[in-house]
Design a protein around this ligand. Sequence first.
Ligand SMILES: N[C@H](CCC[C@H](N)C(=O)O)C(=O)O
Length: 281
Amino acid sequence: MKFTKMQGNGNDFIIWDNREAKLSLDEIQKTAIKLCRRRLSLGADGLVVIDVPHNEDSSFSMRLFNRDGSESSFSGNAARCAARFACENKIAGAEMTFDTTGGTIKAIVEAPFVTLELGELDTKNIVLDAKFTYMDETLPVNYMHLGWPKSAPHCVVFLEKNDWRPMESLASFARAIQKDKELFPEGVNVNFLKILDHYAMEVYTYERGVDDFTLSCGSGSVAAAVAGWINGWCDSPVEVYNPGGTNIVIIEPKDNDKLLSVKLRGKASLIAEGSIFPEAL
Ligand SMILES: N[C@H](CCC[C@H](N)C(=O)O)C(=O)O
């Protein structure tokens, strides 16, 4: 079994081209769980599966399976990696359209950078002015779903710029939010956001399906930038600093700010390609 390893700002993925091998969904989910184990196997935050396109204008389709085998409908960093993989392997040109579980998107590859055109986000579906309380502490939160038509849930938690609490305490807060099955029946990615200035923010994402902080989350960066923009704290383009690198989020309002056209730009780096031995599985 041949693989490619890639990373987008430290969010690392194993890329599996399923166009010929045609593993079943069940086999793919089992493979994701086995291969993503750190130290025991290849190790990654998720497995990206490339397959034949579903639409005439698309060059390929992609799906992302988290390290616990669950599927996410939308991933910014994984989509950038998929686009660069497709370009390097001549599955698509440098400007391409491809299908994701969260809808058909466009990408432009200027290696190692990739810009994704993610389509339009309807602001009426974003929950503003919410709060979440855990262990006697209440923090302001916003939540939204990203991906069209199937979407991934994101919660943005606002921290003060000088809030330097340990990551373990943020992790406990994130897990408490994830446990709220009434608000988030499908689980949720929790993004902690600190506004640095009008064009820059710091974001740490505790990811659903990984059950840990990743070094970067592309969709989390989009959710945080959109929340910052909607609350009037930042303007586009927003530089989102994740521990693993920087994502740029470009937001263009349309129809009296009812719709936001969103682009995500960042690195998608090639690490290695090779064969997986049966013992890795
Ligand atoms: N890290 C990814 C998101 C993975 C999504 C996932 N954890 C979920 O929604 O289940 C990103 O760059 O957007």
